[in-house]
Design a protein around this ligand. Sequence first.
Ligand code: PXP
Length: 237
Amino acid sequence: MKLGVNVDHTATLRESRGTNYPDPVVAAMLAEYAGCDSVVVHLREDRRHIKERDVFLLKESVGLPLNLEMSTNRDIVDFALMVKPNQATLVPERRREVTTEGGLDVVKNYKKIERVVKKLKSSQIRVSLFIDPLIKQIKAAGKIGADSVEINTGSFAEAKTSAKKKREVEKIKKAVSFAVKKGFFVAAGHGLDFENVLPIARIKGIEELNIGHSIICRSVFVGIVSAVEEMVSLIKR
Ligand code: PXP
């Protein structure tokens, strides 16, 4: 099981005061030192946390693979083609949302997503699609030529009762096993934290978890090296 650490919220803190600290690039270097396997950032269309400068510097200075979460917006795609992250993860984006609210609807937006996937892949950028745990979305991701899928664990994380959580785990298990059969590298993420991660980490077939908010929040108290080390030991145990 690999861990991708999303350092967006280091930049959220920075932007809350318009300072030049804390720097997500430093966070990524320390996360690398603590044993994570990749660094994740989301360059949002409104640039509310991560900026172009961060992505450039991360690509130049962090030794780990860089996974750029992004919408299919033309300017963002052009930027990705210039920076060439190791992987682009396509996500839906709505201006007013607090965070990503659900998976991509690959079925409904097939043509647009297909165009972007082709462009990115022709620039040797691996492409992952962030989707809800639904067979029809995985089928569409296969047809479109994505290299990887990231299964949205948001509904699991938000489930209030243990019965609902169990149902969400079952849905994710089914989706993961179907995606593995289709030959995908399967990742999962969104809303995972130190308390809820284990039932997801135990699902056979998931090779990577991408986790941000909970790790950065814990790092406020214990430091990012300890926070990442703790998550690494939880999910690799
Ligand atoms: N995976 C994807 C595709 C995301 O959009 C996000 C949020 O940026 C994450 C994982 C990480 O979510 P969280 O910050 O809730 O751990």
